[in-house]
Ligand binder design. Structure first.
Ligand code: MD6
Ligand code: FE
Length: 215
C-alpha cells in the first residue's frame, strides 16, 4: 500500500474524461477480491434492496450503503439517512479496504484530502440501468466522487451539465475507478442497460461503489 505501490499509476493510464474528471483504468483491479469480500460482510447487515423513485417507480438497480449515512430514495424524495430504513440499524462502517482505494484514487486524480463518509453500493443485473442524473444530494460540491467498478462491464453515459446534450459512452470494466469533481461535478451521467454475461468475481452482475463526502 501507499506511495510506492500506487506510483505506477502515475505513469499508467489516466484518461481525462472532462475537466476535473479522470478515469483510472484498472486502479482497483488487484484489490477486487478484497473489496468483494468486504462487500459480502456489509450485505449481512445491510442487504441489497430496490428503492422506489419519488415518482413511484421501482429502480432496476439494487442498492445498499455503508458509512455515516446512506443514500435513499422513496416517495418523499432523495436524501442521505443515518439509519437503514429496511432494518432500522445504522449502516455498516466503511471498511478499511474501501477507504484506502477511494482515498488513493482521489490523490492520484488531484483531490488530496478527500474523506468519504458515505459509500453507495449499486448492483446491476442484466438489463438494469441508471437514467441520466446529477449527483446533487451532497452538501459540499467542492468534494469529488470516487466510483469503483467491479464485475461485468458497463457503458457509462457521461454528458455535460445540460441534460439535453448527448452523452459520451465510456466502457467501464472491473477494477476501473472514475474520479469526478471540479467543473464536472454536476455533469449528467448514467449507465446503459447492462449486457448479459458472467464474471468470475461477481457472477451475472456489476457492482459499483461510489464514495461521497455527503454530510
Ligand atoms: C455507476 N455511477 O457507475 C453509477 N455518480 O453504477 C454514478 O452514478 C456516479 O459513477 C457520480 C460519480 C460517478 C459515478
Ligand atoms: Fe451518479
Amino acid at each position: 500500500m501507499g506511495l510506492f505501490r500506487d506510483q505506477p499509476y502515475l505513469i499508467r493510464e489516466q484518461e481525462p474524461l472532462a475537466e476535473g474528471a479522470v478515469l483510472l483504468r484498472g486502479y482497483a483491479a488487484d484489490q477486487a477480491n478484497v473489496l468483494w469480500d468486504a462487500l459480502t460482510k456489509i450485505l449481512d447487515t445491510a442487504p441489497f434492496r430496490h428503492m422506489f423513485t419519488p415518482g413511484g417507480f421501482r429502480m432496476s438497480v439494487a442498492m445498499t450503503n455503508c458509512g455515516d449515512a446512506g443514500w435513499i430514495s422513496d416517495r418523499s424524495g432523495y436524501r442521505y439517512a443515518p439509519l437503514d430504513p429496511v432494518t432500522g440499524l445504522h449502516w455498516p462502517e466503511i471498511p478499511a479496504s474501501f477507504q484506502s482505494v477511494s482515498t488513493g484514487a482521489a490523490v492520484l486524480a488531484g483531490y488530496a484530502g478527500f474523506e468519504p463518509d458515505v459509500c453507495l453500493v449499486n448492483r446491476y443485473e442484466p438489463g438494469a440501468r441508471l437514467t441520466l442524473h446529477q449527483d446533487k444530494d451532497e452538501r459540499d460540491f467542492t468534494q469529488p466522487i470516487v466510483s469503483v467498478s467491479l464485475g461485468l462491464p458497463a457503458v457509462f453515459l457521461f454528458g455535460t451539465t445540460t441534460r439535453r446534450d448527448r452523452p459520451r459512452r465510456i466502457r467501464l470494466e472491473s477494477g476501473d475507478v472514475a474520479v469526478w469533481g471540479g467543473t464536472s461535478r454536476m455533469a449528467y451521467h448514467g449507465i446503459a442497460p447492462l449486457a448479459d454475461g458472467e464474471h468470475p468475481l461477481t457472477g451475472r452482475s456489476r457492482i459499483n461503489l461510489t464514495f461521497r463526502k455527503a454530510l
